[in-house]
Write a protein that binds this ligand. Structure first.
Ligand SMILES: Cc1ncc(COP(=O)(O)O)c(C=O)c1O
Length: 369
């Protein structure tokens, strides 16, 4: 369906120049022309990350997270994973599949954040070689802003710190590589590119680890030591990359750098403030009660009637939002601030949300609900 404003937490609306870049003729991925594109993309991602070494993968965010987990953790490791929802649970599952012994640390109630003291107290046990977390838990609209403090303590104890920043990178102040060992992200979120590329930005320490000993038992496609070797020795990727997505991402990243990384993050914060304000006025309570943990890239809002009715009423007004995940599917909508969706929509939200909720309530009452 054309013409709708996409406010889902990925994929997101693209800038016309990013769309145009997709249609450039394909070049060989072993050509100097492509090497320059890859170099440029890696540098751009590193600038947004605030340092580190960027690895470019063809695949979605899941590939980035799984490559990070499989290449930088393994059998013999004991991991502490702070989990606030669906993607935290996936991270636990991924590490367990890799043969890592995982201890999960979850909040007391959904929508709450794990208190920093609790996480630090766990570290006191001194048994973890890996600490992993999701920075912005997309299912809850929760950002774990304690990540950097936790990482500092974890690293001081010699643990590797892995962060799923798929929904946070370029939209939140994610800890820099160095403060953490690896940050995984994807093209279709706050980087405002088309879906299909994953990125892992590794610290100098993690890069050394990958250069030193190729991790054993890792499927080739997930092996970041291979990606790093190809990037560094040949300025290429080990396998055929999505060439046109690299063109498009280069333009998407350039637009962010022209905007200024800090200003781009701030744009998400300001938009999010408008969403939370409009939602609260309309009677849609944020799932995350504490403003300090409400995400800037995606807001999860409780709906007093079936979320399908509210999402449907918004769609009739030209706005597509996502529903909740898992058990929250029927009682939550999620509104994203990411991508090149028009600014005006965020100013229109107070009216749009109020009208949509009224319509959904009326429909629910008529149906006897
Ligand atoms: C926090 C987080 N991690 C991982 C993923 C997986 O990304 P993808 O759907 O691109 O595989 C998502 C996707 O929404 C996400 O929000």
């Amino acid at each position: 369906m054309g013409g709708e404003v996409l406010l889902t937490p990925g994929p997101v609306m693209l800038h016309p120049e990013v769309l145009a870049a997709l249609s450039r003729q394909v070049v060989s991925h072993r050509s100097e022309e492509f090497r320059r594109e890859l170099d440029k993309l890696r540098e751009g991602i590193e600038r947004i990350a605030g340092g580190g070494t960027a690895l470019v993968l063809t695949g979605s965010g899941t590939l980035a997270v799984e490559s990070m987990a499989w290449s930088l953790a393994g059998p013999g490791d004991v991991a502490l994973v702070v989990s606030h929802g669906e993607f935290g649970e996936r991270l636990i599952d991924t590490l367990r599949r890799r043969g890592v012994v995982v201890e999960a640390l979850r909040p007391r109630a959904p929508g709450e954040a794990v208190p920093l003291e609790e996480a630090l107290a766990r570290l006191e046990r001194g048994i973890y070689s890996v600490v992993a977390m999701v920075y912005t838990e997309t299912s809850m609209g929760l950002s774990y802003r304690e990540a950097e403090r936790l990482a500092e303590e974890a690293k001081a104890r010699g643990a590797r710190v892995l962060v799923d920043a798929v929904s946070a990178f370029a939209g939140e102040r994610v800890p820099r590589p160095g403060a953490v060992d690896a940050v995984a992200t994807a093209s279709q979120k706050a980087l405002a590119g088309p879906p299909g590329l994953g990125f892992v930005v590794v610290s100098e320490e993690a890069a050394r680890l990958l250069r030193g000993r190729p991790p054993s038992g890792v499927p080739n496609y997930l092996d970041l030591s291979k990606v790093l070797r190809f990037h560094e020795e040949r300025r290429e990727t080990p396998y055929t990359p999505a060439v046109n997505l690299v063109y498009a991402m280069n333009r998407a990243v350039e637009l962010i750098l022209e905007h200024g990384v800090e200003a781009w993050i701030e744009r998400h914060r300001v938009r999010a403030e408008k969403v939370y304000q409009a939602a609260t006025e309309a009677g849609l309570e944020p799932l995350v009660a504490a403003p300090s943990h409400r995400a800037w890239t995606v807001a999860a809002l409780r709906t007093p009637v079936d979320s399908a009715a509210v999402a449907g009423a918004l769609l009739r007004r030209g706005i597509r939002v996502a529903r909740g995940m898992g058990e929250l599917r029927g009682s939550v909508i999620r509104v994203s601030t990411m991508g090149w969706s028009p600014d005006r929509v965020f100013d229109e939200l107070p009216v749009l949300l109020r009208e949509a909720l009224e319509e959904a309530r009326a429909a629910s009452a008529a149906a006897g609900g």
